[in-house]
Write a protein that binds this ligand. Structure first.
Ligand code: AMP
Ligand code: GLY
Length: 432
């Protein structure tokens, strides 16, 4: 079948790489894609939110499956656009409906959903213009740190962790009264700060059944040892050593199953990935957030560990046949290390020529492009996160070592990457 992936990051390159391996995949298109996806399939210059242009492209090119990478088109209703239009409803859309995507698109919706289904999460209250004075009083007596979350999508910037009440009150005012994160951010969730270690768990669901994909841990801070500013993600590892059987059993029974059942009970149409952003507090899992899509850079380690045919898997999602599927996982560890442009996540330069791509590729490693574009014979940087190197290894340390080896052969002006991804899981050498 012909398949269209919507998106242009490392996540979409990893999905393209995997889908293309299937004997069921004929033409593979990526809208708009990057230089890396252009080597696996055909890039199409259409924005992920231009539903009319995507739909016209699908019809013209007999696309039968649309795989949606980022959250924005999902939250804006791409699933509904396709499934409610008779000329498009034969196309399998991998992603949730607009209403279900509110699990990511509205923090308040997600918190209320968790409350209704008794899913463990940080205690909270929600406030907006209508109960603003109550909000200020609530903040004044809230234990510190206190977490403020803008309700709507805020490009990953809508969560503010405040270590004193003055700062929290100022941020609250900016969000509610000055619309710091736009109108959707004028509603604010104020919640307890949870202390623990985070991980990402992915369930692929057809709305009735689900399968778990390998878990992952991403590294959000820009600096070594998890210091400095928050980024979209500087690297990821899978598996996550502390996610042992006992812990994952708790994740499944207290979080994954009640969430999938909750979607069903509330008639929320969901045929895609539920991404559980979790935190382990002592030995107990809590939900920090839901996302309605694959993670980036987690996908670059999760998908390489899935041994199933991804087209078969997604078809089972669309046809509600996931009960027939068993996920086969590669027992090797996978690590991905992201190369960014210096200055990221602040101001950074783009338009840098990338060298070494052909020579760097070695067996057991994949170079997934993120912010890149092809200009003639050259690959040029186009975003803060430029590319990522995923490697397999017998353990996390070996996989990191191999990604470092590949990375050393790649170059662009201002290249920066963390060399300590997975540091807390490092395997000591036998002599140490
Ligand atoms: P989000 O935008 O929801 O992914 O939140 C961004 C990051 O803020 C999370 O990955 C956590 O590191 C942190 N965070 C969010 N909520 C909490 C919380 N209740 N307690 C501790 N950290 C949090
Ligand atoms: N890596 C976190 C995310 O994709 O939201």
């Amino acid at each position: 079948m012909n398949i269209l992936i919507a998106g242009s990051g490392g996540r979409e390159h990893a999905l393209a790489w995997k889908l293309k391996q299937s004997h069921l995949c004929e033409q593979l298109y990526i809208a708009p894609g990057n230089a890396g996806t252009g080597t696996v399939g055909t890039n199409v210059p259409i924005s992920v939110t231009d539903f009319a242009a995507l739909a016209a492209f699908c019809i013209k090119n007999q696309v039968e499956m649309l795989v949606v990478g980022p959250e924005e088109p999902l939250v804006k209703g791409i699933y509904d656009h396709f499934t409610t239009n008779p000329s498009l409803s034969h196309i399998m859309v991998i992603g949730p409906s607009k209403q279900a995507a509110k699990l990511e698109g509205s923090k308040a919706f997600a918190k209320e959903f968790m409350q209704r289904h008794d899913i463990p999460t940080a205690g909270y209250r929600e406030f907006d213009e209508t109960n603003y004075p109550e909000g200020t009083e609530y903040i004044k007596t809230h234990p510190l740190p206190v977490v403020l979350k803008a309700d709507g999508l805020a490009a990953g910037k809508g969560v503010i962790i405040c270590t004193n009440h003055i700062e929290a009150l100022a941020e609250f005012e900016l969000m509610v009264q000055q619309a710091k994160f736009g109108d959707a951010g004028k509603k604010v969730v104020i919640e307890e700060f949870l202390t623990g270690i985070e991980l990402s768990v992915f369930a692929l669901t057809d709305g009735k059944n689900y399968v778990l994909l390998p878990e992952a841990k991403d590294y959000k801070r820009v600096g070594k040892g998890d210091t400095g500013a928050n980024t979209g993600g500087m690297g990821a590892v899978s598996p996550v050593p502390f996610a042992d059987e006992i812990f994952m059993e708790k994740v499944i029974t207290r979080i994954v199953e009640p969430s999938i059942k909750g979607l069903q009970k509330e008639n929320l149409d969901y045929k895609g990935v539920v991404f559980f952003g979790l935190i382990k507090v002592k030995d107990e899992p809590f939900v920090i957030e839901y996302n309605c899509r694959f993670g980036d850079p987690e996908t670059e380690v999760v998908i390489p560990r899935v041994e199933n045919d991804l087209v078969e898997l997604f078809t089972a999602v669309a046809q509600q046949r996931l009960n027939e599927i068993t996920i086969k996982v590669n027992p090797q560890a996978a690590v991905t290390v992201v190369a960014v442009s210096s200055g990221y996540p602040g101001n950074y330069q783009a338009g840098k020529s990338i060298s070494g791509l052909e020579d760097a590729a070695i067996e057991g490693s994949m170079i997934f492009h993120a912010g890149t574009t092809q200009e003639g014979t050259e690959v040029i940087s186009k975003g803060g996160r430029v590319l990522t190197v995923t490697s397999y290894g017998d353990n996390i340390t070996d996989a990191v070592g191999q990604s470092m080896y590949v990375m050393e052969n790649l170059f662009f002006d201002g290249i920066y990457y963390r060399d300590d991804i997975g540091y807390e899981f490092a395997t000591l050498p036998p002599s140490a």
